[in-house]
Design a protein around this ligand. Sequence first.
Ligand SMILES: Cc1cc2nc3c(=O)[nH]c(=O)nc-3n(C[C@H](O)[C@H](O)[C@H](O)COP(=O)(O)OP(=O)(O)OC[C@H]3O[C@@H](n4cnc5c(N)ncnc54)[C@H](O)[C@@H]3O)c2cc1C
Length: 403
Amino acid sequence: MTDVPARKTVTGTSADRKDVIIIGAGASGLLCAIECGKRGRSVLVIDHVERTGSKIRVSGGGRCNFTNLNVTPDHYLSRNSHFCTSALARFTPRDILSLVEKHRIAYYEKEAGQMFCVKSAREIITALEQECGRAGVEILLSCRVSDISHTGVFTVTTSEGAFSSDSLVIATGGLSYSKLGASGFGHEVARQFKIRVTQVKPALVPFVFQGRDQKVFEGLAGIAFLASVSIGKKKIQGNILFTHRGLSGPAALQASLYWEPGEPLLIDLLPSSDIYEVFLSARQSKMELHTMLAGHLPKRFVQTWCDHMIISKPINQCADKELKSIAEGLHAWKIIPKGTEGYDVAEVTAGGVNTDELSSKTLEAKKMPGLYFIGEVVDVTGLLGGYNLHWAWASGYAAGQFA
Ligand SMILES: Cc1cc2nc3c(=O)[nH]c(=O)nc-3n(C[C@H](O)[C@H](O)[C@H](O)COP(=O)(O)OP(=O)(O)OC[C@H]3O[C@@H](n4cnc5c(N)ncnc54)[C@H](O)[C@@H]3O)c2cc1C
């Protein structure tokens, strides 16, 4: 395949007029740029960091979980749960797989439809850059945007000069991982144009324990096992992982999407068995509780649990009431997290540009024709498992047909 690099250096003057300017050279911005370029639009992508696709590079532990074969609108949270339907219908997992296959990138299904690169997320970035090159897209990196104005056309004032365009696409992502270039820029642009932004919070993020719990469980860092985490009526089954400060792992990360400060988490540490029944089946046994529990949970966890949460003794010396209460503690461990690890560690920002303000077909702002918001900056947040990148592709594709 011929490598057609995207032009990465342009110098702006007030005469630098483009059809489309896209701010943000991440997943949604690059996909949108390719689509606009294919339609013959002159496209300039601007980013303030020195590389394209910074988050793609670190996603999926460096292997990029780039889509999920099971994508449906039900895998997204938003104030308007139907908003994402139109874009998802027009850009399916098959579409991103076609691009991946076109660039001969080896991929595999890890679990439950989660598609990963075999080698490296960098291959996806290279593919997107090559597609940008073919579509005639210009990319301007390490470029700071200081002002945006609209007087018939959009004027974007930057550290490299001023550029103007008919369409302006905001693809600057959310607030998480500022070290990779994340900023609140997209939300600020929305507010500048009187476009509402919903409340935002870090999500897909580990929980931090309160002081006592942190002390008790810090020694368990690295231990993971299957559990089920409930917040209100929402129940998520999957692995939990103890960290030095709290709880991570897929089930805890997913739970953070629904959690509000002060709310308790109820954790079933043994979702696949009824431990009270197990106790009763060994009612006359002289076996110590901790020995029995070690057959169902990791030994180090059981040790800590027995040291701090229950008193271990032979099962035949426990009253029924006592066994019931121990079982309840294991099936409904209640913790009130102190908080989460925040935007530094969160995989995504939940919330964003209010979807009532955008067309679900084009992602264009209803109040400001020509202004588009795509990707994570919009109030559409995917569950864990490739759904967030898929939203970035799908929304970028949708806007790319109109911008
Ligand atoms: C560690 C980690 C792992 C992840 N793994 C996965 C995964 O495996 N699968 C999955 O589906 N999702 C994953 N995600 C989430 C996914 O990466 C994002 O949801 C997705 O990249 C969002 O795409 P986007 O185009 O909206 O924003 P981004 O990809 O974040 O791109 C935004 C771009 O805008 C630029 N920008 C920001 N502010 C400005 C500004 N003021 N001026 C100019 N440019 C600016 C940024 O530098 C960046 O390049 C992961 C996220 C993280 C942090």
